[in-house]
Design a protein around this ligand. Structure first.
Ligand code: AMP
Length: 217
């Protein structure tokens, strides 16, 4: 059975890292709304231009365009076959309701919603040294997990960069936006009995094992 899951959590909690592990080992297709927006920005599309003005300020891109963009990807045959790991979507209750409706119509059941949780200070430390691959999305850290060859991804050799929105001011705003808009999404899925909370300050492999245990339970 294809895996269908959502990873929820503040920026820097490790959603991208866990999403890569889950893809490599369980085969589901990761769908990161942030990565999709960044690809649109790089391709200089109208959607990219619109999204950039919000992303640069650490604010949320409006629900309408975000929902449309993500539902379009959920409908692809690859995602239907492999299942999905949603990372960064839904980020508002309105997005969660739109997703619920889409899955209900397609008669698809979510397997699990994982809320990754850590202290704010850990997030600030992680984000302020974070490096990301421009191509495959692999994540590194300047101090804790530098790439083997400085400036280039271990997996695909593409350049690794600091995201523009990983600066102290924007990080603060993104954390505020998370608390205000996305924390209620966690309650939304807890009420549906789908939620598993995983403490995410530990080693990624330990966090991964807890997620897999949650899927099996
Ligand atoms: P991320 O890579 O998940 O940290 O997302 C980077 C930025 O993209 C966020 O700070 C938002 O500006 C925007 N973004 C990503 N996902 C969403 C979403 N589901 N709804 C609205 N904005 C989003």
């Amino acid at each position: 059975m294809p895996l269908r899951m959502i990873l929820v959590g503040p920026p820097g909690v490790g959603k991208g890292t866990q999403s890569s592990l889950l893809e490599a080992r369980l085969g589901a297709k990761p769908l990161s709304s942030g990565m999709i927006f960044r690809a649109e920005i790089d391709a200089q599309t109208d959607l990219g231009e619109l999204a950039k003005s919000y992303i640069d300020r650490g604010e949320l891109v409006p629900n309408g365009v975000t929902i449309q963009m993500m539902l379009k990807r959920l409908r692809t045959s690859e995602v239907q076959q492999k299942g999905f790991i949603l990372d960064g979507f839904p980020r508002t209750v309105r997005q969660a309701e739109a997703l619920d409706e889409e899955l209900r119509k397609a008669q698809i059941d979510l397997d699990i919603v994982v809320s990754l949780e850590v202290d704010d200070q850990v997030i600030v430390d992680r984000l302020s040294g974070r490096l990301g691959c421009t191509k495959c999305g692999a994540i590194y850290h300047r101090l804790n997990k530098p790439p083997k060859r400085e400036g280039f991804c271990d997996n695909c050799n593409s350049p690794v960069i600091v995201r523009e929105d990983d600066n102290p001011e924007t990080i603060k705003e993104r954390l505020r936006v998370f608390r205000e808009n996305t924390a209620p999404v966690v309650d939304h899925y807890a009420a549906q009995g789908k939620l598993v909370r995983v403490e995410s300050s530990r080693d990624p492999e330990v966090v991964y094992a807890d997620i897999v245990a949650g899927i099996g339970s």
